[in-house]
Each structure stands twice: as C-alpha cells, then as structure tokens.
Design a protein around this ligand. Structure first.
Ligand SMILES: [Zn+2]
Length: 299
C-alpha cells in the first residue's frame, strides 16, 4: 500500500480508451443510494464512476469483482463523506512497485501558499477538489480523478473477494485480505493522505506540499499530523516513521504502540481475516484536508 503519485500517471489513464481488446469497463453508480438520480450536490454521500484499465487482460474474469470491491470501499467512505459532481475512479490492473495495491488522486491543483511550511505552494488533490467543487482539474479534463492500481498476482494470491461488498457480513478468511478494506485504504490516500515529503527525513522535497504535508509537524523524535479538527478530537496523531515504505502517509508507528495502530490507515500491518472500516480518526483527517464530511463515524 505504498503511496505513489505523479502527473505522468494521468497519461497512462488517458490512453485507456484506445487500448486493444476493449480493456475498459465502466459502471456509474451512486454511493450509498444506488440507482437514485444524481443531483449536482449530494446532501449525503457522493456520486462516483468506476472504470477498469486492464491492458493485458490479466484479471479479465474478475472485473465485476474488482468493481464490486471498489464500490464497497467508495460506499464505506460515502457513509460519511458528501460531495459535488461525480468522482471518477479508475482501477488499473498493473504491476506495482510494492507488488500490492496503490491508490492516489491522478493530479492536483495549486490552491495558494502553504500555511505552515516556509516558501511553498500547497496543492489540493483532485479527489478533494471534485468532492468540494464538482469540478475537473482544468488541465486534465476527462482524466479520472483517482487511480487504484492492483497488482494481478497480489489479487490472485492475497485478496479475498467479499461476496456481498455492501453488507460486509461474511467472515473474512484468516489467510486473506478483505478486498473492500483494501480499496477503502487506497481511497484514503486518494482523499489526501499523500504528498511530497522525504520518507526518511520527513522534510519537504519540493516547492509544493499537499494539504496533508502542510499539516505535519516534524520533531526530534516525533512525526505528527496536526490538522485542527483531528487534534481537537485526538490530539496530534503520530505518523509512521520507522517503516521502509509506509512512512509519513500512514499513522501509527511500531516504535510507539498505541490504539490507532489497528485502524484503516495504519502503516504497521494489514491483518489477514480482518475487515477495516472508516473510523472517526480517518474522517477527521480528510475533513482537515477539505473533504466534505456530513456525518462522523461513532468511533
Ligand atoms: Zn497505504
């Protein structure tokens, strides 16, 4: 679940329609209220579209399963988030750097000077922009807002497909990862837990920062997310800082065990046989990034 990002990703996505073998599969649905008319602004939940780009057809027989699992993750977030327009999500079947799954917004838009970081510009992830305004990135009209990359061997060997990704009541096998949980986690990155800080020094690496980056505080032996809504409920949130791949853009760290270590966006371990949910901490973090939240999880 490494965080990846880059404007080049949009180029791959933009090629989807012209690939041979009709690898693209699209469904339009409505988070939390399937089939209802799609108004411009949803008082609760949000509208989304899921497409698949599977150039080699590596998971062709499983496209319906992939879409159903992605919908489960979108609906999990849609229990708490609202938004305008239609969030467009592309599942890309492809090898990933970690051999697992990787999700992010496909682009971002400058929204002004950083509030907490010297001499930098802050950028808003396109998924946040979509839900907040309903608008495309003007530089990338028609490009999906979000990509979630799925490594085919990971899907085939590690992932359990929930037979009912809406009900989410069947037992998750003890030797598999729950597909809806995985999409929910990757969507958390798309909704803003992503950025440009160095994964070892935690310092800014470029002249711009994500909204999340700009609310991180680096101490001598601490690394915390200090968004005001999050801090109001939970205090500064310790972020992952001793992992080879998960630092900064996940919370919880093996060196400082705590109650958040088992939650959705933790960077310590993703458990087999476990169903992860969006919890209040996750909703507060994305709310601090500007994502519209109409209801908070109870805990
Ligand atoms: Zn992750």
């Amino acid at each position: 679940m490494r965080v990846t990002r880059g404007l080049w990703l949009a180029m791959v996505a933009a090629c989807g329609g012209s690939d041979p073998g009709d690898p693209t599969d699209a469904r339009v649905v409505d988070a939390a209220s399937d089939g209802a008319p799609a108004p411009d602004a949803s008082p609760n939940a949000f509208h989304y579209e899921v497409t698949i780009l599977d150039i080699n057809g590596a998971l062709s027989p499983m496209h319906d399963q992939l879409i159903a699992c992605a919908r489960g993750g979108l609906d999990e977030w849609g229990t708490y988030l609202s938004g305008m327009g239609t969030l467009t999500v592309e599942i890309r079947v492809t090898s990933t750097a970690t051999g697992r799954m990787a999700g992010a917004s496909t682009s971002n838009v400058s929204v002004g000077p950083c509030a907490h970081t010297a001499s930098c510009t802050v950028v808003e992830e396109q998924a946040i922009r979509r839900l907040r305004t309903g608008l495309d990135n003007p530089a990338m009209v028609g490009v999906p807002d979000v990509h979630i990359d799925v490594d085919p061997s990971y899907w085939n060997t590690q992932v359990w497909v929930d037979p009912d990704p809406q009900a989410r009541t069947a037992p998750v096998p003890g030797d598999r990862l729950d597909c809806v949980s995985l999409f929910t986690h990757e969507l958390g990155h798309a909704f803003g837990m992503v950025g440009f800080r160095d994964l070892t020094t935690f310092q800014p690496t470029v002249a711009f920062q994500s909204l999340y980056d700009d609310q991180i505080q680096v101490g001598t032996d601490t690394l915390t997310f200090n968004g005001p809504l999050t801090v109001g409920d939970f205090g500064p949130i310790p972020l992952t800082r001793t992992s080879a791949t998960q630092n900064v853009y996940h919370y919880g760290d093996a060196s400082t065990p705590g109650p958040i270590d088992t939650l959705l966006m933790n960077g310590i371990v993703y458990e087999y046989g476990h169903r992860y949910r969006v919890q209040k901490l996750d909703a507060r973090i994305v709310e601090d990034l500007g994502v519209p939240v109409y209801r908070l999880p109870a805990q």
